[in-house]
Design a protein around this ligand. Sequence first.
Ligand code: 5GP
Ligand code: MN
Length: 342
Amino acid sequence: MKDIQKTKILELKKQIELSEKPLIITHYNPDGDAIGSVLAFFHYLIKKGKNAVIVSPNDYPEFLQWLPGNEHVTVYKRNSGTVLNAIHEADLIFTLDFNDFERTEGLEKYLNESKAIKVLIDHHPNPKDFADISISEITYSSTAEMVYHVIESLGDEHLIDKNIAECIYCGIMTDTGSFNYNSSNPYTYSVVSKLLEHGIDKDRIYWNVYDNFSFDRMRLLGYCLHKKMEVIPEYYTAIISITKEELKEYNFVSGDTEGFVNIPLSIKNIRFTAIFIEKDKQIKISFRSKGNFSTNKFAEEFFNGGGHKNASGGYSNLSLEETLSFFKNQLPKFKDELKNAL
Ligand code: 5GP
Ligand code: MN
């Protein structure tokens, strides 16, 4: 794995030592990597004698709430005063698993106004230029893996304990779909091997995240695959769309549709998948692909979004029906790219 520049590490070490009010923040709709990373870094800072504040812009699913330290996360949507005050008072802000303040959906103004030193640790492409110390590298499986590397580079590997190891493992596991993608770098496994030495129960972490759904969620998945999936073989594409009413019928709670978008990728010859979910004000979209098709460019160009090559997202302000036909109208332009993706 690429070394992090020595000057950055020295500066980071100094800033952590100087900081009295560190704050760690992640992106809107945080996933396992986002929550795993912020909690791992939180436990690390505690061990360094720093009592950090952790901010999530909004709530996240129950299957991420079992992680050690979860009770220390303050959710902006529910505690806006506390969070704004903490951002105002922070002298060091760590932005984990995102690289553009817009991804906080509402906190960008306050982050821009903050006088704190900003430290970015993230593995998404094309970072915005807001960080005083930017550790941005797309070759890592996950931000959680980067957190491991940062702690190691700071000379503090000995501070990694079972709690930190669990959080980091959860981040790596979820961002690689349980080592299914973004996980061909040997460094990932050297980190996992060290995490296992801390006595983490990797099977239990898997159960906590993936085998913790409701009956309603399983029925919603069945309904989506049976009635709402559309396969478009000439473009190697499959899509799923869900209306607000359908979500209500299956007693939707946050996190229930997590992972649905990956499933049609297991159909032979499908290389590009999308899920369109009708929310109150817009259509939220997730994209996935196999091989060389860059979903993040597609998301950026047509759906105000971004992310990684094989996993990205965006949104549309059109109706669900209009969004679907807009999406389908773009596909012919990508026929060759999709054909040659694998
Ligand atoms: P998911 O589909 O699981 O919500 O997100 C997959 C990836 O796409 C994540 O890395 C996430 O950060 C990114 N992503 C999802 N939605 C958006 C969006 O609206 N804008 C941008 N820039 N990235 C997104
Ligand atoms: Mn991530």
